[in-house]
Write a protein that binds this ligand. Sequence first.
Ligand code: GLV
Length: 325
Amino acid sequence: MSQPKVFITRRLPASLESLQQHVAVEVWSERQPPSYEVLLDKIREMDGLLCLLTDRIDRPLIEAGTQLKVISQMAVGYDNIDIAAATAQQIPVGHTPDVLTDATADFTWALLMAAARRVVEADRFTRDQQWQTWEPDLLLGGDVAGATLGIVGLGRIGQAMARRARGFDMRILYTNAERCDPTLEAMLNAEFVPFDELLQASDFVTIHTPLTPATHHLFSDREFQQMQRSAVLVNTARGSIVDPEALYRALSEGQIAAAAIDVTEPEPIPADSPLLTLDNLIITPHIASASRQTREKMATMAINNLMAGLQGKRLPHCVNPEVYP
Ligand code: GLV
């Protein structure tokens, strides 16, 4: 009997040895992702696909995978995958929640602190030989301790941000698709408020909601106008939750003080994006979960989901459990 075949769309930071004992594995070893045409070509003969958020896994692609038994994504977010199409074909889709929560919240916190206290700008200033003396008003930022943090999306990562904020004696506001359990609110000291109130009252706004049609460009001109002129926006969720043109207007016109984003629309950010000219914006290349330990755990989890799917077992972390009877 021939072995099942799987396609892995990039080299992973985990051993494939156990997988290779049971499965014929093909790994895309280029730095750039496989093109859509390559994916379409590969998917026709594969039993399993292990993909990344840079791969567009849409309905035509899923329907072309006539032997496909599992799609396993090495990420917690899965907005690049047409889940309804996978479910219609009875294909379970796996993802990698929990293991990246703390690494992502740590990095988000680093961005928040860096934007609040202008760390990146200060580094540039020093390297540019502009440091001439100690000055009372040099590179002034805003206080984090005691400030108000607005969390948009109190899921796993939003909650991890709330836990960090408690250590900084912050007032914590949140919005969410649904109000959370009062016990959780009490534990996190987090107060549920309407979105506009959160925008108006927060010194820092941090985004932790998935990208869906409802959250696409959730932050646009109207939202920035509601925010304080001293406010800082942090986005480590998905680029398209923020309208990049509105963000440019808000930052360049002083509607908000600063922003720090790990995700952009599109990715990577185009070289001619006006956002790249702004001193009050920190941009990093979608690395919030990028600690060695976390990426290894994510890869292992994705391999385990893939293996379970190939063996006809329930995926340990499945986003469409409705495929199971
Ligand atoms: C990264 O953005 C992820 O969704 O894991």
